[in-house]
Design a protein around this ligand. Sequence first.
Ligand code: HEC
Length: 148
Amino acid sequence: MLKRAFGTATGIKLIFGCLFISFLFFTAFVYTSEVPETVSPAEQELALKGKHLWQQNNCSACHQLYGLGGYLGPDVTNVMSAKGKGELYVRAILQHGTATMPDFKLKPDEIQALVVFLKDADKSGKADRSHFRTDPYGQIHQTNTSQP
Ligand code: HEC
């Protein structure tokens, strides 16, 4: 009975009509629903500048982001939210260097950009090594998917 109804010209028109209306509703929904903006465009631009500075100064020769990079310095993915560290600590290190990290003579706006870049990196997830597992093929899997 149902099969016969859908086989008729009216049935086909009805199906296409329903699909078309669904399509219109979905299109309207997609184009009108608000996309959550987590960072302002100005901040995004600054983070991008920080990323370029990160590359120009070859920070990854000594530091890792998500475990990738050199090993003279620590992984800095989550330095901004690390206990006892954070923005002021990072600013101090970027301003003067340490006994083992060179002073890059960064200008205040460059330090600001690097700080925003590192904050952005921090927001992107957790890079605690204990949360990753390597399979026999050398692929890395995140084991705690509940973490952002
Ligand atoms: C020659 C290697 C080297 C380079 C290049 C280098 N760093 Fe470092 N960095 C270090 C070392 C080593 C430490 C640890 C210093 C200490 O604890 O005294 C450090 C510490 C830091 C810290 C604090 C990390 C923490 O968890 O305590 C930050 C942030 C940082 N560096 C950012 C940068 C940035 C940004 C650049 C590029 C502009 C950079 N570093 C380039 C060696 C380097």
